[in-house]
Write a protein of this length. Structure first.
Length: 389
């Protein structure tokens, strides 16, 4: 089946067999691309997105909560009775609950000081209603404790009280739980922690810089990022997911290398030069829930060189159609002029015809599209073929 010329950019979810830990993933993907090519759907210039989850699974990139405990103790020089501060974790059973379990195991006779932001975490999960947050701020209260709130609040979608949920995880491991709500990072220092883990994702470096002159700190990226280990990632614990009751799956390691090797093998087999993306969460905000989906450090964990630092290019069709129509151009003339304009603007920074078209990295757009087609739809298609990129 050949895609008709009148079809623009489009994406297809590709079903594969079950990807198990330790499997030969490249051979599995190569088998699928041969089939895609045989059916006339593969062309030079296409992009193939591979979800990071199956790459990490094939790499057997797993760690346990006991290993998390050992890692944080070594990184921050903690003892079983130390005080560990945890700053701005996101509210997520899948993403953070097991990490928290491992952190609490590190100080079973000590204390966890857990500081949450309000009204939401950094990706939009609501801790308390915005009107409650505003009232607190207007009253000049910089630090709030759960008992200071008028009532208990649950997440509007999951219906979970994350303050209680995280508190229970900590206390189950024997540690004392001290939970505070504040948007000012340095407030955690009032509780005299022996070390602080900056558990935020996109603001981690900024907040670590604020705290590191006063206390020993590290970020989630600073844990399990040693390539000498069996299980590791350049992103550390960022991008990790719950795998079982006591096991986490890290983000894949050496994703760029995997993408480049796969590109070469596909070219050698099919003769088609395509781009490869190892994709994670899409970078978009859900308009109904207000949740920003990007719980991974970035949408693409790895890409082939043809996509790196490449920005979306193009012209503003609506602007040019109206402009040329007012000049009395015919439909045929407008189409030719837009095509000519599009070719002329490639690689330039002329903003007149592209006004309103927000510059974005191509890899982010493609990875976000792949997540919408595969991950967010839970379609069982860990490969996404994108055409006419």
């Amino acid at each position: 089946m050949k895609i008709p010329e009148y079809v623009g950019p489009c994406a297809f979810g590709i079903k594969t067999g079950v990807v198990l830990p330790g499997c030969d993933l490249k051979s599995m993907i190569l088998k699928e691309t041969k089939r895609i090519n045989k059916d006339g759907l593969l062309d030079t210039g296409d992009a193939l997105c591979v979800t990071e989850s199956i790459v990490a699974r094939a790499q057997e990139n797993y760690i346990t909560t006991d290993e998390v405990a050992k890692e944080i103790r070594a990184k921050l020089n903690l003892k079983p009775d130390s005080k560990l501060g945890i700053l701005f974790p996101i509210l997520s059973r899948n993403r953070f609950s097991l990490i928290l379990k491992g952190l609490a195991k590190a100080v079973p006779r000590g204390e966890i000081i857990l500081q949450l932001s309000h009204p939401n975490d950094e990706v939009g999960n609501q801790l308390i209603p915005p009107e409650v947050s505003e009232k607190i701020s207007n009253n000049g209260r910089d630090i709030i404790k759960p008992e200071d709130l008028e009532k208990e609040y649950t997440h509007p979608i999951t219906n979970i009280n994350y303050m209680q949920y995280y508190n229970d995880i900590i206390e189950k491991e024997g540690a004392k739980s001290t939970l505070i709500i504040s948007n000012e990072p340095i407030n955690i220092l009032e509780y005299n922690p022996d070390g602080v883990l900056c558990a935020d994702i996109h603001t981690r470096d900024k907040n670590q810089a604020k705290l590191s002159p006063k206390v020993k700190t590290c970020t989630l990226q600073g844990l399990f990022n040693d390539s000498n280990r069996k299980a590791w990632s350049e992103w550390g614990l960022l991008g990790s997911n719950m795998s079982s009751e006591n096991e986490l799956k890290l983000a894949p390691y050496k994703s760029d290398e995997f993408a480049c090797d796969l590109q070469k093998e596909i070219y050698g087999t099919t003769g088609k030069q395509i781009e490869i993306i190892i994709s994670g969460d899409g970078a978009y905000k859900d308009p109904s829930s207000g949740i920003y989906e990007l719980a991974d450090p970035q949408p693409a964990f790895g890409t082939t060189p043809g996509l790196r630092n490449l920005m979306r290019e193009g012209v503003k069709y609506k602007f040019l159609i109206d402009l040329y129509h007012k000049q009395g151009k015919s439909e045929e003339e407008i189409l030719k002029l837009i095509e000519k304009e599009s070719q002329a603007k490639k690689g330039t920074n002329d903003q007149i015809e592209t006004e309103g078209t927000t510059p974005r990295k191509i890899e982010d757009i493609l990875a976000s599209l792949a997540d919408l087609v595969s991950g967010s739809a839970d379609a069982g298609t860990p490969l996404i073929l994108i055409k006419s990129i």
